[in-house]
Design a protein around this ligand. Sequence first.
Ligand SMILES: [Mg+2]
Length: 448
Amino acid sequence: MSRIASITVHDIRFPTSLELDGSDAVNVDPDYSAAYVITRTDDGEEGHGFVFTCGRGNEVIVKAIEAYAALLQRRDVDELIYDLGGASRRLVHDSQLRWLGPEKGVSQMACGALVSSLWDLRAKREGKPLWLLLSGMSPEEIVDVVDFTHISDALSPAQALDILRAGQDGKAERIASLQAEGFPAYTTSPGWLGYSDEKLVRLSRQAAAEGFSMIKLKVGGSLADDQRRLRLAREAVGDLPIAIDANQRWDVPEAIEWVRQLEDFRPYWVEEPTSTDDILGHAAIRAGVSPTRVATGEAVANRIVFKQLLQAKAIDVLQLDSTRVAGVNENIANLLLAARFGVPVCPHAGGVGLCELVQHFSFFDYAAVSASQEDRMIEYVDHLHEHFAEPVRIGGGRYAAPQRPGTGAEMLAASRARWEFPSGQGWLDVGGRTAVTAPGLASAGASR
Ligand SMILES: [Mg+2]
């Protein structure tokens, strides 16, 4: 019998604030980071997982993962990876640690990294990428890993089973089409707030030429800047959809007013117009900015908030995030909730490694859950992929199907060593700066 031998957690950070990659109205200077966990077994198997963060505070998640990891030490590996519903519940509902959440923030993300490292172990043992592992599981097995606690009023196990059974029809053909043609993507690369107009126009044109389904611009710093940047982007891409993303910058009335002032540029959706905890606020904004769609999810802590956003008809697009919630299991719940309410899922990605992880959920969704690609696309941002064992592959504006066994989390050992914070050679080379703040953006952030 093989047992969990060790669980090690690393603080890995990339100095992305030097180039303002990832800058928006709220996150003005992110150093894209990963609290990275490796779960090892007595037999030498490894499962990898991580939580994405924006830099400072990554050490807090590292400590939280270590606290939860104690619950898995020396446990029977097969019991964990062949009862992943039970493994997840053991962590998420721990009678003492749950006080730190429950089911939100640092504790939820820490559980997610560990749960996903167990899925990585399972997928590697079965020699399948996660999306194919999930697509090959029976509807009963999938329902078994979902935690229906506090969502059964909107989605019962029987209803989930119905959705998944319906998803078996034509599944083999959809898997074949995913292998051949991949899944549509949109890109946020042109739209970071810290980029110059010239860079915005150049990258927007490039995205349209490369076949992406949509581009996305960060907004919410200054209305005049947003109108100028949207005009430039609209001229650059013609009729291609353009989404806008405020990263929770506004209160409800301001969100409605601001988005209306941008209506002429036909935004496809407004993303995170206000606090993601404000379910009724999202419903009011959705009514106020129609026909512009409302999207949110990258900061939604759990399935229970998604349930309410759907019940309140507050969102048109559900943007699940691979490391914000309690791992693979909870994102299966989120996919099933979205299918139940007929809302498309367009996952959040970017950061470091989020594209590598989140693609698996859209591939699984198309293969075996919603069975649709209509109004669905995966976010894509083109940096830091080179650090991963299987970097995402984009062609013709589409994600190619991941092939390597596992969840996509595995980062190259050399990258992990170089960017371990603060002692890695990469950090020694850039002078150990924890975040290099551009003066112009610092004042924009300070004036919130
Ligand atoms: Mg966003």
